[in-house]
Structures are given as C-alpha cells and as structure tokens.
Design a protein around this ligand. Sequence first.
Ligand code: CS2
Ligand code: MG
Length: 413
Amino acid sequence: MTITRVDVIITCPGRNFVTVKITTKDGLVGYGDATLNGRELAVASYLRDHLAPLLRERDESRIEDIWQYLYRGSYWRRGPVTMAAIAAVDMALWDIKAKRAQMPLYELLGGASRKGVRAYVHASGWDYEALKVAVEGYRTQGFTAVRVQTGVPGLGQIYGIAPAKAGEKYNYEPAKPAVNSLGEPCPVEEEWDSRAYLNFVPEIFDNLRRDFGSSLALLHDAHHRLTPIEAARLGKELEPYDLFWLEDATPGEDQEAFRLIRSHTTTPLATGEVFNTVFDYRTLISERLIDYVRSSVTHAGGITGIKKILSFAEIYGVKSGIHGPTDVSPVGMAAALHLDMTIHNFGIQEFMPHSEETLSVFRTSYTVADGYLHPGDTPGLGVDLDEELAAASPYTPAYLPTNRLEDGTVHDW
Ligand code: CS2
Ligand code: MG
C-alpha cells in the first residue's frame, strides 16, 4: 500500500501535544507522538514542511527503509527536533503495520517477555511530611517504585515538586505558561543552589528508609545540575539508602564525566532523557558507565531508533528506563509500553499519569494495576485520537522553567 495523507495535529488538552497522523490508500490510520516540550512548533513545521512531502506515495510497510531515508538520507542528522519528527513517523508506521496484522504491536515486536511493565511514579513534596503523604498514596495504589523529590530549605520553587497541597495531587506539570514584561511567552525562572541541595538530600532518604523500610524502590533525579565531583559525593552519600537509580547527575553532553562519578560510587546511574541517538550513549554504554538508558521513544527516533540504542545496551548489561513524563503523549507512552513488553533488557518504565483532559482526547487502551502497566491487546499501538475534541483545545505557549544561582548566573539543567 502507499501513504496518501500525512496530517500534523497540534492540541492542548491540559498541555501541548504534537501528533502525526498517517493515512494509507486503503484507509488505515497510524498515530505518532512528536511532542518536544517547549519547542512543539519547530517539530510540527519539520513534519509538515519537510517530511510530509517526502512520505506521500511511499510504501508504508518499509519502516526501516523510511527511517534510514529520513535519518541517513537527509544530510542533517540527529538533534531533538529532527529525531522527534522521525520518531512520530516511525511510530505511526508501526501502528499501521500492527493494525494491518491485527495484532497489538508488542506481538509484532517479538511477543511478551514478561507479564507486565513495572512502573515508577513521581512522589514529591515541599518538605518531607508532604513527600511522605505522596509516597504513601502511591504505595496504597500498589506501586513498588517511586521517584522522590523535595523542596530544599532556603530555595523557593524548584523543578519537579508538585505545587498541590499534600495529599491532593501528586503530579507536577513540567511546562508552564508565563509571559515577560512585553506579554511574550517565556520560561519561569527558578533558583538553584547545589550546596544547599547536597547538604539536604541525604536526610530525606534517611527518613524514607526509616518510614518505608527496605523493599520500596527509590529513585531520584538531579536534573543535570551537579558537577562530576558533586555527583560523586551525592552517589556516595546515598549508598546506604540503596537507590534504584540516581538520574541525570551531570549535564548530558559530557559523557566522560561519568568516568569520575562511576569511580567513586556504587549508586546505580541513569541518564539520557535528552539524548536522541545511540551515538549519544557510545562511551556511556561501552564503558559501562551507566546502568539505565533514559531516552523516550518520542525523542530518540521512534521504535526503530530506540531499539538500536537498547540492543547496543543489551550487550553491555545496561537496562531500559524509558522516559515517560506527561510531555510524552499517550501515543508515545503506548509505544514505550509495547517495547517494554518485548525487550530482554527491560529495567523499569517511568509513569506520570496524564490528566483526564488529556485522556479524553487520546483514548488509550493501556491499563495500570498493582504497580504494573500493560499495553493492552488492541491492534496497533492502541491509542485513538478524538480529532474534534483535539481541535477544540488549540496550542498554548508554555516553556520548561530555567534556573539561576543567587548571583543571577544561569545554571545547568
Ligand atoms: C523529568 C521530566 O521525567 C523526568 O525524569 O526529568 O520532567 C523532564 O524534565 C521533562 O520531561 C522535560 O520535558
Ligand atoms: Mg528526568
């Protein structure tokens, strides 16, 4: 068959999402997620202006060839915009292939290697007491792994902490709509102080182990803010608390920094949510400097792209920890779940539940029970898009926050 239409759908049911919809001559439809938080329109243009014209009339069954044509054949390779656009096309083509085969995608990718996908959720709070309530809430729901983040005394709003009152709602939304003095959209600015953070965090983990015992898996995200020696110190000080992983300790582009961190600590390390290709991981994986690969299917070239990363990782015993925040759409989340079901080196899946508003536009067939997710057995990815509802929620500019030190210097994140 051939591709007859490529539509790009931008919608904001609670937050922005960019979705590609590919239609074949015989009327099959596939969806792919192209959401790049705070840079949504750049990917939408890449898809609409540069990829859609290349795809029409092409044989939609040739997924690997189309991936290589868009990646290798375009001269300008890699980068988040390019790889999110390729990812969306790739997901949509896998969706169509599995619908044609009348199978849930995980069957086509090799079949189930496990009963379900173990997930970790985000618990946060301004102080330990609020965090404790959030962790208890997730434990009651049956989750066995939680990422824990708290405010830091002396600092105001910091990233990753739910603004809601303890016990109300555990999630935070990464991107925020804000405007500058000219009324133009701009990022919110937050404060940062690594020393205050480093001096405070171990106490939080001490409390958590005291209150929740040893079996709960605890994860923590440093959001690329530390220097290698600070990350080494944190990893070492957290060793008694047996973390599942310490995530994004240092800025992503410096792969060699992990040699220093690794030589000082046995705390497991995860990184890669800002990476787009296997080349971003070459040193990290081949030197066994990390334990978990954090890319999302959406930002790493789709199922075809992330499979290349995970197959490389498998040789070195490095596992998956696929990125699953709310800025990955339900389509991107479904793609992750199908893959998680099949690969051998599955580690854990991040799960930040989408809002009811988002799920009214994206109708999913994946399920969650007792801390496990399951992609469901609907043919394809198992996500339908209500286009009328989508059209009723137009794009609203929103950015991830940025952060500065006390003296005003822009800090890594
Ligand atoms: C976070 C995300 O899920 C995570 O681990 O780091 O909130 C991330 O910052 C956002 O997805 C960025 O868009
Ligand atoms: Mg992260």
